[in-house]
Design a binder for this molecule. Structure first.
Ligand code: ADP
Length: 388
């Protein structure tokens, strides 16, 4: 059996693949960008993921290549495939997690619901979209955005001029995306895992709360997900069924292998719209480490190795995950462990081994239990302890 997984990128997602790899008796190797990253303990190489020779040399030491992030360039990915190395997710799927414009086109082509959107290449086109959408809209760069960088609300046709200029200077040209500013009641995320041979399993849909463009809090499963929503074909269904159906159709439609997260908006009038895609374990699934029978990290490993997938059943009625952001430089998460563990013995703490910097994700806390209010309160209180 193939049993050596190579992960490109040494961040916390790679780090959290290590414990299940150990449990399953797999070998996991990480190509980290620099020494001392989050997944250092499994690093067998340090190098630039944009450099073909570096990536190829690393890939030749493993049975399957997967990722901590979506930034490996297409030409590098295709070269690995051409060299006969299994790459999961493959380049043709990953494209839709790398480029939001191609993603929007694909989601629309698959008949799945997006916010109203358009590709725009100058201020006049932005102006036309604004005129047709009440004077406010969201502009996004197709590539290179994360955690809300590359996303901007504009109410003026010149509000994205700097990005148009940057695109022109880049020489490659290309367009920005403009989207209707969705008046959502909440954001959701639906995760599924898909094996190369086709098996798919779905996690319960979760509610995600963003602060400053960064995921702050996740409630699993999303409260009131059993309430009615409108499916893409207009038929009535529940929020959780609609979300699962969308994610399964995306996974099959683009041929994802491994974990897929579909970020969603739930609107006031009961629609569920696709925001964006992530093809790797995702922040919205960290609760599953402690809260589900099979964590998203174990599931990802099983999926990329084409092993039968595990149960996604929650262990408790509710799990709440709160991200811990870095505070003052110099103080570590561990400094606060004694106080937090004493006050919240049921809280599960996860540190990413990263240096603390204001606003940087340095860990997370998960609390699970039977009463949502109590679980939420404990998780928030435990996480707040870390942030002082
Ligand atoms: P990133 O790639 O940085 O995560 P996203 O496209 O997910 O960027 O956008 C970040 C956040 O901005 C979303 O989680 C949401 O809160 C808000 N947002 C994005 N698109 C829209 C939209 N069309 N309408 C309203 N809010 C949006």
């Amino acid at each position: 059996m193939k049993s050596t997984v190579g992960v490109i990128g040494g961040g916390q997602l790679a780090r959290m693949m290590i414990p299940p790899a150990i449990s399953l008796g797999l070998t996991i190797k990480v190509l980290e960008e620099a020494q001392g990253m989050s997944a250092e303990i499994a690093a067998t190489g340090v190098g630039d993921y944009r450099d073909l020779d570096t990536v190829l040399a690393f890939a030749k030491t493993v049975d399957v290549v997967t990722f901590d992030h979506e930034h490996v360039p297409q030409h590098v990915l295709h070269a690995l495939v051409d060299a006969g190395i299994p790459v999961h997710p493959g380049p043709d799927a990953l494209l839709y997690a790398q480029d939001k414009l191609l993603m929007r086109q694909k989601i629309t082509e698959l008949g799945l619901p997006s916010p109203d959107w358009a590709a725009i290449s100058d201020a006049d086109e932005l102006g036309d979209f604004l005129d047709a959408h009440g004077g406010r809209a969201v502009v996004k760069t197709a590539r290179g955005g994360y955690d809300g960088k590359g996303v901007r609300v504009v109410d003026d046709k010149n509000g994205a001029d700097d990005w148009f200029t940057a695109l022109a200077e880049d020489g490659r040209g290309g367009s920005l995306i403009v989207e209707e500013l969705v008046d959502f009641v909440r954001e959701l995320a639906q995760q599924v895992a898909r094996r190369p041979s086709g098996e798919i399993v779905a996690y319960p849909v979760v509610e995600t709360v963003q602060k400053g463009g960064v995921c702050a809090e996740v409630i699993a499963p999303a409260p009131t997900a059993a309430e009615p929503a409108r499916a893409a074909d207009g038929s009535a269904s529940t929020v959780s069924e609609v979300a699962r159906d969308i994610a399964v159709r995306v996974a099959e439609g683009v041929g994802v292998t491994g974990m897929l997260a579909v970020e969603l908006f739930e609107t006031r009038d009961g629609r569920v719209l696709v925001n964006e895609l992530a093809m790797r374990p995702h922040n919205s699934g960290h609760w599953s480490i402690d809260g589900a029978v099979t964590s998203q990290f174990e599931q990802h490993l099983r999926a990329v190795l084409d092993l039968p997938l595990g149960s996604t059943r929650p262990r408790d009625p509710w799990s709440v995950m709160i991200n811990v952001l870095g505070g003052p430089v110099g103080e570590t998460l561990q400094d606060r462990y004694p106080a937090v563990t004493a006050a919240y013995p049921a809280a599960k703490l996860h540190g990413y081994g990263k240096e603390s910097r204001p606003g940087r994700k340095v860990g997370h806390v998960t609390v699970s239990g039977a009463e949502l209010d109590a679980v939420l309160a404990d998780a928030r209180a435990a996480a707040a302890f870390f942030e002082g």
